[in-house]
Ligand binder design. Structure first.
Ligand code: AHR
Length: 651
């Protein structure tokens, strides 16, 4: 009896496998696009978490350059007679500076800076050192600046002089003779006497677009290469702060960089098992740099501001309704900063920083992951004020911290009532959830606000490999559902963007880096393949009359790219065997026939595979597509693959 059962099971499973291997038919209808795809649809979300800004995208190599950390020598190792002072400061809003005294008896008085888990220096690369300094002595004071490697060898030394009792900036270029991800910067006062120093800075000369106060070129390039349509900034919980006092205040992040006051980073003590007492925000990468980068990478800026609620997971502090106006004014002023004429107060600040032209801001987010009645009460006040002054600006509200549940169910109707344009949804879930939710938006209300999937990422925690290929594949599958529902899902941004390999708080992340290198995750390539192949119009794609959203572990979506006339088909095969598919094209224009095509794909039989800084094992590959019939494409989807077909027609 047992034998018969085993035999039956074996036969059944063979039949099942054969059936799966039999050709399946998908139909794409080219005659009538079913929805428009927003040009900004797929984008990025940047938050200063995981040392994403200071120590990451922001190329400054010196930590605590202004001595404003509450413990002012954090990041520094002073030696000899070094103290902190604040009389007659160089910068009003960053008043502390280091006073170095060489008493003439010893040659050692100065300080080392440790950077962000070290300073990354590359042999042959140039670095711009700068410092504001003064001396009460009536003579030139000699100092040296040195590059020290991780084995404590001082391999570069340059002497320089400062003079005068007024603050003056000294700046020069140093070329590193060595490569080391964990170097230090050392400054030594050589002459007997006193020197005050502030805003001690070291930047690679080669930054993104060679800008001073610039961004790390490799990391910014990685953003550019994603072809992002939208750029959400600066948070996330960062905008809320743990307390209202530590919320992100955009006005502190613009103007001369030396005078942007320091803010605590709310990710410093958030995770009890991962404390980062040295995590602060210099605001060197501030709102001007954000708008400029958005412009550089061709993404629509989407700034988010505090709605008057500090993080509801933390302090739960709130601004009383009758005291909300400064917060509302901040939102209005931010729009003016981005778009206002140079004659306006904030438009002038932008122009003075080097960008007289408008940044063409089109939307703004109010609040992050808020919940409860206290949120809509505040949001309504913002909406009224913004609509009155800037009726064309789209407003993004939120549905709380999760993809469903009481808070979510309460907030969506509230967002409709208030009439926001988009609702931000966040979901960090397991890969299974992503595979199971490709149909999430199929039944969303088409008349209400549009969806902004503002933070999502599959967490492969079970495998302790958060950026595994499995997580990326599940996101690719889920995103077919975003695209199929492009009439209701207008924007989507993966989260978070960056993580320093030695200083992260949160996984998964799109891009990992250390002080010298960076790595694209498999998830990055999924985002990139969507970003580069979004098309303009969704087409109906069905299998057995239904959208392909998980049947037989297959996912698919089709789009037309109007400017090129190409048909783009995205498929995910989440099974261990190949899938043989016949894609029949309906509604082809007269005389038009399939001509050529190429397929960009990600594939791995190892679902736990991850990319590392030394090797990217999951990377997109490309192959030509063989066309054998005018209106039918026969393809074999590789096991565990995400494939994007771009097909051309001839007339
Ligand atoms: O991206 C990390 C955090 O996740 C964001 O700050 C927050 O919005 C979400 O909970």
């Amino acid at each position: 009896m047992k034998k018969i059962k085993t035999l039956t099971a074996a036969l059944l499973s063979t039949a099942f496998a054969l059936n799966l291997q039999a050709q399946q038919v998908m139909t794409v209808d080219l005659s009538k696009p079913v929805a428009k795809i927003q040009p900004a649809m797929y984008g990025i979300f940047f938050e200063d978490i995981n040392f994403g800004a200071d120590g990451g995208l922001y190329a400054e190599l010196v930590k605590n350059r202004s001595f404003e950390f509450p413990q002012p020598f954090v990041g520094w190792v002073p030696f000899g007679d070094v103290s902190i002072a604040s009389e007659s400061p160089c910068f009003d809003r960053n008043p502390h500076y280091a006073r170095i005294i060489n008493d003439g008896r010893r040659t050692r008085a100065g300080l080392d800076n440790e950077g962000f888990k070290g300073i990354g220096l590359k042999a042959g690369e140039e670095y711009r050192f700068s410092v504001y300094a003064r001396t009460p002595e009536n003579k030139p004071m000699k100092l040296s600046v040195q590059f020290v490697n991780s084995t404590n060898d001082n391999l570069l030394k340059k002497e320089f002089e400062i003079t005068g009792d007024e603050w003056n900036k000294t700046e020069f270029i140093l070329k590193s003779p060595f490569t080391d991800a964990h170097s230090r910067l050392r400054i030594v006062l050589l002459t007997k006497g006193t020197v005050d120093m502030d805003h001690i800075s070291l930047f690679p000369v080669k930054t993104w677009k060679d800008r001073k106060n610039g961004l790390r070129a490799d990391l910014a390039q990685a953003l550019y290469d994603l072809h992002p349509g939208v750029f959400r900034f600066p948070g996330g919980c960062i905008i809320e702060g743990n307390t209202l006092a530590t919320r992100y205040q955009w006005k502190n992040s613009v103007g001369p960089v030396e005078d942007r006051p320091l803010n605590e980073n709310r990710w410093n003590y958030t995770f009890k098992h991962k404390f980062f007492p040295d995590y602060f925000q210099s605001y060197g990468l501030g709102f001007y740099e954000f708008f400029q980068l958005s412009e550089d990478i061709g993404a629509e800026p989407l700034p988010v501001v505090s709605c008057g609620l500090a993080c509801q997971f933390e302090s739960k502090e709130l601004v009383p309704l009758d005291q909300l106006s400064p917060y509302v004014q901040d939102a209005l002023d931010l729009i003016e900063f981005a778009n206002g004429p140079v004659t306006s107060k904030w438009g002038k600040v932008r122009a003075d920083m080097g960008h007289p032209a408008s940044f063409h801001l089109k939307m703004i987010g109010i609040g992050n992951e808020q919940w409860g009645k206290i949120y809509p009460e505040r949001l309504e006040i913002f909406v009224k004020a913004i609509r009155a002054q800037y009726p064309d600006i789209k407003i993004v509200g939120t549905s709380g911290p999760s993809a469903s549940g009481e808070r979510f169910d309460y907030l969506w109707p509230e967002m409709k009532r208030i009439g926001v344009d988009l609702v931000d949804e966040h979901y960090y879930m397991k890969p299974d959830w992503f595979f199971a939710n490709a149909s999430r938006y199929d039944n969303y209300d088409r008349k209400g606000p549009k969806v902004f999937a503002g933070e999502y990422a599959a967490h492969d925690y079970d495998a302790n490999e958060p950026n595994s290929y499995l997580s990326a594949l599940s996101e690719a599958a889920f995103m077919t559902g975003l695209e199929r529902n492009a009439d209701v899902v207008h924007l989507a941004t993966y989260a978070p963007l960056f993580a320093h390999i030695d200083a992260w708080q949160w996984r998964p992340d799109l891009i990992w880096f250390d002080n010298l290198r960076m790595m694209h995750t498999p998830n990055y390539y999924v985002q990139q393949m969507y970003g580069m192949n979004k098309g303009t119009d969704v087409l109906s794609l069905t299998m057995n009359g239904k959208p392909v959203e998980g049947q037989d572990s297959l996912y698919a979506t089709a789009a037309l790219d109007a400017p090129t006339g190409e048909l783009i088909i995205k498929t995910v095969n989440n099974r261990m065997t190949p899938a043989s598919i016949q894609i029949q094209l309906k509604g082809l224009k007269k005389k038009s026939k399939l001509h050529s095509g190429r397929c960009t794909y990600l594939q791995s039989d190892n679902l736990q595979a991850e990319n590392t800084l030394s090797q990217e094992v999951i990377v997109p590959c490309m192959r030509p597509v063989t066309i054998t019939r005018d209106d039918v494409l026969t393809v074999e989807l590789a096991p565990h693959s995400f494939e994007v077909y771009r097909l051309q027609f001839s007339k």
